[in-house]
Ligand binder design. Structure first.
Ligand code: ATP
Length: 596
């Protein structure tokens, strides 16, 4: 009777007698079994390290057997070894030997092993000095194998993947399993299948726990969707070295039209962080020194290469950051007054375009060099909100209504608090968010949006200037990018090169601006003088204050203020919103009672 059946019967008898069975290891009998299992397990576990030993053993046994059975085969074996070695050296890439040195090594081992086997087949495995050659040669050829970095990395990965079920259990992702893994230059990547109901967001939330379970350094683990975008799969990347350790020089513009995505810099897998800005507004945030201005340089390098974009910019640090691009910027505001006037004009453009679209039965403004998009870059947005608080209504309008008419706002700020972003909807209208390093965890949500910190967007852990996280409709998982770096010389060269091909504002917008100023101007680049603007404002206030009880009609107000109809309506709407004016009847206005 077999031992197992004996044990089963014994356990059954014990249960019948009310006793619980117990496993007893019989020292003389069971222990060798356990030891054999342990040895076999170790031989399997360390199969990669022991591979040279196994190869030597296989050669020795094969040599002995072949010598006894087919000693005449030795020339064939020699030919076969030569052919295989040659094939490996020439076409080894196809079997994963990507580097030349690896192909050479594989060819040498094949030739040495095959040569020895053919000699042993002819002469016998114990024929001197064949045993010595086998052991000595085996040892010498094993050294490169043992020290090979990629092989060791592969082994480490295999072991970590073998331990994944336990890791998954402990981090709360039980049931997920590894499907495949590759070792790359930076570390390793593996594809995982999730258990039913688990999502990639669950995994992203567990990144710190996974890092701890895998024993990596903090910030080494990245989680991304797989290429096929399946909801129950994810790719885990574990970095040994930081692919973004060095600054990455700008390779030149990636777009020649605003309808093409702009490449801000590579992600860690070397794919570009490409983002489309057409009909979208952007928010760029990060502490001082985190690389915001560098990011704006990449944007400017690309925008200035697009012949269907007119660039307006505001830089209240007296133009320090954007001045080098001045030759490509149609209008650069460096004082609060200029910024205020520029944003007001942007709203005039927006309204004129909207009217023109309606009149010509179109839904959206399709940018071309003749009818370009208008991109307004506002550096230090917080300063604008502080120094020109009355511009908030205009930025609000641009943010809410600019998309269809291709008027885009790009705001850069250190911390986009509600105060810094002004009142209203500006922040919530930003479709593209770029976060460089932030100081506090809660700033992540301010820049990237509510709930992003908990969803794994850890911008506070970015550890070098220029590193960023990008959130946009086409980028919905946190991946680290590093912005390209433009040196001062590159900025100067690029600006000079692109200046010649900058387009002018289209007729529709230009006409509206001219109308708004009530005097035709030759150059679209001349900013409105704030004094004229202020005069109109004062005239409107005075007119409303002096209006009779039944109010003043629009035509009268237009005459008094010299403002165009759309601009006047806009000013009146603002004045009513702030409680400075009231509408008395159809098209008639006066100052409200609490007007100053
Ligand atoms: N993409 C980048 N790659 C490498 N280094 C960078 C990158 N961007 C910026 N740096 C380095 O970081 C420094 C600070 O960058 P930058 O001036 O762009 O920061 P900032 O966030 O705009 O700061 P501030 O708000 O004070 O203007 C630069 O002098 C540069 O050396």
């Amino acid at each position: 009777m077999s031992r197992t059946r004996q044990m089963r019967r014994h356990a059954h008898k014990m249960r019948r007698n009310g006793l619980q069975p117990m496993v007893i290891i019989d020292r003389d009998d069971q222990f060798p079994d356990v030891a054999a299992v342990l040895v076999a397990r170790a031989m399997w576990r360390y199969r990669s390290e022991l591979a040279p030993v196994y190869l030597v053993a296989v050669l020795a046994v094969s040599g002995a057997v072949l010598h006894l059975t087919h000693p005449e085969w030795w020339p064939w074996l020699l030919c076969l070894a030569t052919a295989v070695a040659w094939a490996l050296a020439m076409f080894g890439e196809r079997v994963g030997l990507v580097r030349r040195i690896e192909r050479l090594y594989a060819a040498t081992v094949t030739m040495a092993g095959g040569g020895w086997l053919s000699a042993a087949t002819a002469l016998g495995a114990t024929f001197r000095p064949l045993p010595l050659l086998l052991v000595g040669g085996g040892f010498v050829l094993a050294v490169p194998w043992w020290v090979h970095r990629r092989r060791r990395a592969r082994v480490r990965v295999d072991r970590q993947l073998a331990a994944w079920p336990e890791i998954a259990q402990s981090v709360g992702l039980a049931g997920s399993r590894a499907q495949s893994a590759v070792v790359d230059v930076w570390g390793w990547r593996a594809r995982f299948a999730l258990a039913r109901g688990q999502t990639i967001q669950d995994v992203i939330g567990k990144v710190p726990a996974i890092e701890s379970a895998l024993g990596t350094f903090r910030g080494a683990v990245r989680v991304a969707p797989t290429r096929d975008d399946k909801a129950n799969r994810f790719e885990l990347q574990v970095l040994d070295t930081d692919p973004h350790a060095d600054a990455i020089p700008w390779p030149g513009p990636s777009a020649s039209s605003i309808t093409e995505p702009i490449d801000l810099g590579p992600f860690e897998d070397a794919t570009g962080a490409r983002v489309l800005l057409l009909r979208r507004h952007g928010l760029i945030g990060g502490v001082a020194g985190s690389g915001k201005s560098g990011g704006i340089n990449v944007l400017m390098g690309n925008l200035s290469a697009c012949q269907d974009v007119v660039i307006w910019a505001s830089d209240l640090k007296r133009g320090m950051e954007l001045q080098p691009w001045a030759s490509c910027i149609d209008r650069l505001a460096t004082t609060p007054e200029q910024a205020r006037a520029m944003l007001r004009d942007a709203v005039t453009v927006l309204e004129a375009r909207a009217e023109w679209l309606t009149a010509s039965g179109r839904r959206v403004w399709d940018p071309t060099p003749k009818f370009p998009a208008l991109v307004i870059v506002v550096d230090e947005y917080a300063e604008l909100a502080d120094d020109a608080p009355d511009a908030a209504g205009d930025t609000d309008s641009i943010a809410r209504r600019g998309r269809a008419v291709a008027v885009t706002l790009i705001a850069a700020t250190q911390r986009p608090t509600q105060k810094a972003m002004g009142k209203g909807a500006v922040r919530s209208q930003m479709d593209v968010r770029v976060s460089f390093r932030v100081r506090e965890r809660k700033d992540v949500d301010l820049i990237l949006g509510q709930g992003m910190l908990n969803a794994g967007w850890h911008a506070h852990t970015l550890n070098a200037p220029g590193k960023f996280l990008l959130s946009a409709p086409e980028h919905d998982t946190p991946r680290r990018g590093r912005a390209y770096l433009l040196t001062d010389a590159t900025v100067a060269d690029t600006a000079e090169r692109h200046a010649a091909m900058r387009p002018a504002l289209d007729e529709v917008s230009q006409r509206a601006l001219n109308e708004a100023r009530m005097a035709p101007v030759d150059e679209p680049t001349v900013p409105v003088t704030p004094s004229r603007d202020d005069r109109a404002e004062t005239a409107l206030r005075e007119a409303l204050k002096g209006a009779p009880d039944e109010g003043l009609p629009i035509a009268h107000l237009m005459m008094l203020t010299q403002l165009s109809r759309p601009t006047l309506y806009r000013r009146l709407a603002e004045a009513m919103k702030t409680g400075h004016a009231v509408q008395v009847g159809r098209g008639r206005y006066k100052a409200s009672d609490h007007a100053q």
